[in-house]
Structure formats: C-alpha cells, structure tokens
Design a protein around this ligand. Structure first.
Ligand code: NA7
Length: 539
C-alpha cells in the first residue's frame, strides 16, 4: 500500500484510525478506491484508545452509539451496558477493523507531519514524522474533534514531585491511586466520570472546579435484553428515526412539542422529574424551547440546581456546585452519583472562582493562598477542540497557503467538510459540521457516505479537483454562527466557542441541527456541487 514519489498516487490518504477513519477506509474500498489510513497511536479506536481514565464511558446509549451501515454487524454485536464503557467501545473499534479486514490498510505508530498540495501533480504529498512519504489524490482528515488534550500552562507544574496524569492521555498500564491524596482539575464529562470513580478508591480527593457542570443521571446498568430485542427486531427503522432527530439519537424518548411556559409550575416539575428518572440527555427534550428560549432554559437549570441542593448535604458545597450558565450550553454530563460523591468524608471541593490556582509546588498546589498537599494530580482539562489537531499539522494548500494562516481568525470551511484553497481535502467531524452536537457515529456515517458519493460521482465525470469557493465558505461560517445565535449556545465559555483555550478565536464551531445539515449536503450534490469549483468543470 505504501507509495513513493515514483509510484502513482493512491486515491485516498486518511489520517486517523478512530471510528471515522475506519469507516472511511471500509467505504472507500467498497467503492473501488485505493486508500491508506495513517494513525499516530499504537492501535485503532481514536478517542476510545486514548481516553482510558477511570470511569470513561459514552454518554449516548450503546444501542444508538454504534454503526448502522451493516445490518449483520448491528445484529451480531451485543452491548453489555446501557452506556458502554471505554474497554467495550475499544473492542468494538477493533472488531470493525477485523470484521472488515481493514488492518492491512492501516499504518499504526506513524504520525503525519506534513501534507502539501502539489499543484502540478494535482495530489497531496504527505509525509510522516519518520520520513515516509505518500502521494494521494484526496486527503481525509479523520483526526477527531477531541484529540489534542488541553494541558494548561500552570506555573510550577514541572516542580510537582507526584504523578501528573491527563484523562485524555491515560497510561495503558494500570494506575494505582489507592490510598493516595489525589487532586482532579476540571469538572467536565471526563472530570465528572473520573471523580465519581476515583472517590471510593483514594484516601482523599480534592476537586478543583473552575466552572460547575450540570450532570444528569445515566441510570446505567446491564443492557435491558427486552429493549435490545425490540430495537434489533427492526434496527434499520430505529436508525432512520434517530437520523431524523436534531442530534442523531434519542428517538426512544422523543422531545415534547410544547413550551416549558405553556404548562403550570407543578406540571413542569412533574415532567422534568419524569425525564430525570429516565436519565440521560432526554431532560433537554422535556420541552421544545429549552435550547432556544433563555426563560424556559432557566427553569430547567433551576430544576437541576434544586436536585444538587437536595443531594449535597453541605450547603456551601452545594452552592458552589450549582452552575449559573444556561443548561445545555456546555455539553451535559451524564453521571452515576456525581453530586452525591461530595457527601463522602474523603472528598472536598475547591471553587477556583473564589480561590484560583496560583502555582504548583513540589508537594501539591496553591489555590487562593491555601496549599493543598497531593500525591497525584489528574488533569481533566479537556481538549483544544475541533481545530487543535489540524492546526498542529504542517498543512499547506494551493500556493503553499498554510492552514494556520487560513484559519487565523477561526476555522473557515464549507459544510464542515472542505476548505477553499485546499482542493480534494475533507475534514471528518470537523468545525462547521454537526458532529459535536450529534451522535458522532451517525455524523460519521453521513459524512463518509457523502464523501464517498462525491468521489465516485466526480471520478465518473472525469473531475480531478473539488474545492470550496471562498464565498461559500464565508457564507457557511456565518450560517453556523447565525444558527447558534438563535439558541442559548453563545451564553457560556464552552469548547464549542473555543473559549476554553486562551487566545483561541471565538467562533462558534459546531452546527446545530442534523437533519437540516443532511438536507443541505444532499442539495449541494444535487445542484452539481454548488459552492464548489470543479476542475475540469463538468459540462
Ligand atoms: P471539558 O468539557 O472541556 O472540561 C474540561 C474541564 O477542565 C472544565 O471543567 C474546565 O473548566 C476545566 N479547565 C480547563 N482548563 C482549566 C484551567 N486552566 N484551570 C482550571 N480548570 C480548567 O473536557 P472533557 O474532557 O471533560 O469533556 C470533553 C467532551 O468529551 C465532552 O464535552 C463530551 O463531549 C465528551 P471551564 O468549564 O473551562 O471553566
């Protein structure tokens, strides 16, 4: 599969062997395209290869967070839990690699360093850090939206003598923190899962919280066999119903179609409570205006704050755990006893808003003038999301234009798939697409099929290059931001907005609304690739 300058280019070079890269390779091969996946890690699985921290599990139900393109796969595969844990998700990725005989098309332990568009040869010249090189007609960046860990530049961190771990780069060998004094910085999804799982094991757990999170119960447990049988009895229809939802999941508990303001306070409480008892993201579908109307949103937020106050015994801790930003503005955490963890005698909360981290020392960290002695620190500080990985590549388009220059003011793109000046390049689950708001596997299936359809179609028509126009790109980014402006999503400092990384341009990156996105992508194809320049042009 490896090519050199002297061999003809392959059709597709895919960067990344997570779910996106695996399915892209499989689909490309089915369409008769030559393809190679290059992966920096030592195994397939992407997110689920790296995020091995204690308690790591998916926040969308397993029956939904899985591929639907092959009925035999979805019938054969049996999930053990309602929300699968990391090892099972990694096993699923490996199963895909084996089942579809993908491994001979995947190069592991190989980090792509440069990808330059070759104007004369009309292909991408791609080189790995180890010097190996490939030519490819098309480049698919399946590098994932959450793949570059955010490692804040805390003063003195290198002086700390204990162990420093990051949830997104967790060691492969077992980590024994039993009996230690452990600090966790960060209370997003990764922090919430880590904190809840570590608390019973460690001697003392200190949670350093900058922004409190809304967490809804997962009610996780063994997968209900009757539900599994029911879904499997007509899995294609189940998948289709999910594709018609805003986020590509949740059809088992459809959102209600009326406003939170249209019912009495008692009725509202009863309805929130009903969905709280069911668990998961469905709470945000209790009414149809929680994401678009700040007044309705505040009612849902207050419902969860009341839950926190009723669960957490110490009033000061409960108050510090209560978020004030709109609920859903940052992705909800789906938890298993997170708030109750703060009733444990060995767990304490440090509110960084009141007592910011000043510096690390050899034996811990100082926050708000108080020294906290720690044996180990877990950074659950998230990711340089959506753009971080791509901006760390030496990626150059037409005329040698660097992606760092093209994206200086934020990630310009068209359909979340293509960049002007970067012909024949596709980003999977990138900025401008719905992936961050969507069941990412459903998003991947759609984007991969769109790319494969496009490549098949253009090859049949003799088109060599496809490139977004600058106008289409500017309009698209404006559209993504206009959609967000009609929601509560601009009301907090989320990674959707780049606000978690100092100095990152504040552009709202994900698009809200999967069905409209699917329709738009289909329309673009039907209109002869509206918004793209094709060369040679189709007559
Ligand atoms: P998140 O959701 O970005 O959470 C990161 C957490 O780390 C969050 O609480 C941050 O506070 C906190 N953080 C980040 N930088 C700092 C510094 N410098 N000091 C203190 N605290 C900090 O990442 P996750 O890995 O938990 O989850 C990512 C996605 O994976 C999630 O959305 C799901 O889709 C699954 P902040 O809120 O920025 O104030």
């Amino acid at each position: 599969m490896q090519t050199t300058n002297s061999t003809p280019p392959i059709d597709l070079l895919i960067v990344g062997a997570g779910f996106g890269g695996l399915y892209m390779l499989h689909t490309a091969r089915q369409r008769g395209l030559t393809a190679l996946v290059v992966e920096a890690a030592g195994g397939v699985g992407g997110t689920w290869y790296h995020n091995r921290y204690p308690g790591a599990r998916v926040d969308i139900q397993s029956l939904e967070y899985s591929f639907g393109f092959d009925d035999a796969l979805q019938q054969d595969w049996c999930w053990t839990e309602r929300y699968a844990a990391q090892p099972e998700l990694l096993a699923y990725a490996n199963h895909m690699a084996d089942r579809y005989a993908l491994r001979d098309g995947i190069l592991l332990d190989t980090r792509i360093a440069t990808a330059h568009w070759d104007e004369a040869a009309l292909c991408w010249q791609v080189a790995a850090q180890d010097g190996r090189h490939w030519s490819a007609r098309h480049l698919v960046l399946a590098t994932g939206p959450l793949s570059t860990p955010n490692q804040p530049d805390f003063p003195g961190l290198q002086e700390f003598k204990g162990r420093v771990l990051h949830t997104a780069a967790w060691p492969h060998e077992p980590v024994d923190l039993a009996g230690l004094r452990v600090g966790v910085v960060g209370t997003g999804s990764s922090g919430v899962q880590t904190i809840t799982t570590l608390a019973p094991e460690v001697a003392q757990l200190t949670v350093f919280q900058r922004t409190p999170s809304y967490a809804v119960p997962a009610h996780n447990g063994p997968l209900d066999k009757a539900l599994e049988a029911q879904v499997k009895a007509d899995y294609p229809a189940f998948r289709e119903r999910n594709r018609r939802t805003m986020g590509g999941f949740g059809s088992m508990l459809p959102p209600n179609t009326f406003s939170a303001l249209s019912v009495s306070a008692d009725e509202r409480e009863r309805m929130f409570e009903e969905r709280w008892q069911i668990g998961g993201f469905g709470l945000l579908g209790t009414f149809n205006d929680l994401i678009v109307n700040p007044v309705a949103n505040e009612l849902a937020g207050e419902f969860v704050r009341n839950k926190i106050r009723s669960i957490v015994k110490d009033p000061a801790t409960a108050a510090a755990l209560c978020p004030t930003h709109p609920i859903g503005c940052k992705r909800l955490c789906v938890d298993t006893g997170y708030y109750a963890t703060f009733n444990r005698p060995n767990v304490r909360l440090v509110d960084l808003q009141a007592a910011p981290i000043e510096r690390f020392t050899a034996s811990g960290l100082v926050a708000g003038g108080v020294e906290h002695t720690l044996d180990a620190i877990v950074l659950a500080t998230g990711f340089d999301a959506m753009t971080g990985t791509l901006l760390r590549l030496d990626l150059r388009g037409r005329g040698g234009r660097r992606i760092q220059d093209h994206w200086q003011a934020g990630p310009l793109n068209y359909l979340g798939l293509c960049l002007s000046g970067f012909p024949n390049l596709f980003t999977l689950t990138g900025p401008g697409a719905t992936a961050a708001f969507t069941n990412v596997i459903v998003a991947i299936e759609h984007q991969v099929q769109w790319i494969a359809d496009t490549l098949t179609d253009l090859r049949a028509r003799g088109v060599r290059t496809l490139e977004a126009t600058p106008e289409a790109e500017a309009d698209w980014v404006a559209h993504v931001n206009a959609v967000a402006a009609r929601t509560i999503y601009l009301g907090c400092n989320s990674w959707y907005l780049g606000a978690n990384i100092p100095g990152k341009p504040r552009i709202f990156m994900p698009l809200f609304g999967f069905p409209a996105y699917v329709q738009k992508c289909a329309d673009v194809q039907q209109q002869g690739y509206a918004g793209f320049q094709l060369a040679p042009a189709v007559p």
